[in-house]
Design a protein. Sequence first.
Length: 403
Amino acid sequence: MIDNSLITETPEYKNLVTFELCKKMPIYNWFYYKEGFAPELVWNLLRRFEIPKGATVLDPFCGTGTSLLAAAQKGYNALGFDITPLAVFVSNVKLQQRYDVGLLKKEIDRISSFKFGESKLRWPDLDFIDIRKAFSRYARNDLLFFKEKIMGVDDKRIRNFLFLGLLSIVMEASNVKRDGGVLRIVKKMHLPPVRKLLRNRLKRMYKDLLRSEEFPGGIHAYARVGDSRILPMEKESVDFCVTSPPYLNWVDYTKIYALEMALLMNGDEIKRARSDSVRSYIGAKEPKEIRVDSEHLDELFENLERLPQPSKPPAIVKGYFGDLFMNLQSIYNSLIPGGKAAIVIGNSCLPNLDINSDLILAELAKGIGFEDEGIWSSNTRICKFPGMKNSRPVRESIIILKK
């Protein structure tokens, strides 16, 4: 059983466990991803735990690459995995080095000079949002038109750079608003044309690139599409792990970024990414059931069964913690003896019940063989479950583990 005395208040990390600081940071802000954390968190932990330069940092839920970029900039090798090709693509573009900046400038000017035209490309069908309502006819056509032009660029690095610029303006060009865990069609007035949005975004990204410094020599950093539950890693090959798994908030994260995914991926790829995601929502694929021993979890299930209409939430909760147990096993196997892991996690709630994910994960980790080095309570989030009359605050923590 995890002792609650392991919880330490660390308000100095409050702004570091959110994406807020990334919004103003060059390269980090090339793609809005509110589920991320700040690079300062990675830098702080690397210093605090005295991880030697040249060591390897792992992020099995790398999102759009903040931890990978932050580690590489300070002289660490970095490897990340994510289930969605969108996240992996964004991460790898942020990590790209050695551009021909003269040729890049010419391609930005060339792409920006195109007027309007038809495209042979088509949007995939999404069963949860109508693309025809999500965009005006002009924006719908122009996004595909510029995608087709960008795909014709020969230089791979430049092509990826330009395409990330296009992906990053998708929401600005749409009639859609992200509202919690759903996309809502709204009527936006006076939307700028895609061409103007793209030109401005690419120019800003180009300026960021000119001001950036290359990684220290010999450093390698990249992301791969992979399942966090079964990481394709050699045993004892990682010095430090910093990550933030999806929170148990009943949200299908692939829906939130569905429009960007629809511009990058085909329909089958989108369906596969949705079904293979961590089971934090209804609809994710159910892999083989994993038995986990946790007094906190057993107590949680007992409380869940007492709630009205408990059938769906317990199934999601069971799948969610089963998935994270498998992830913890993968992290443990990948770490060198004495290696550490920092896991950012938010607690969640049901109408009459709080779910202390941080305590449960710490207990699961201890059962695998980790040493508990503390739970840092860093932030307070507002939690609201469908059907709840009032929202309430829950803890957002950093779990520190040692192999």
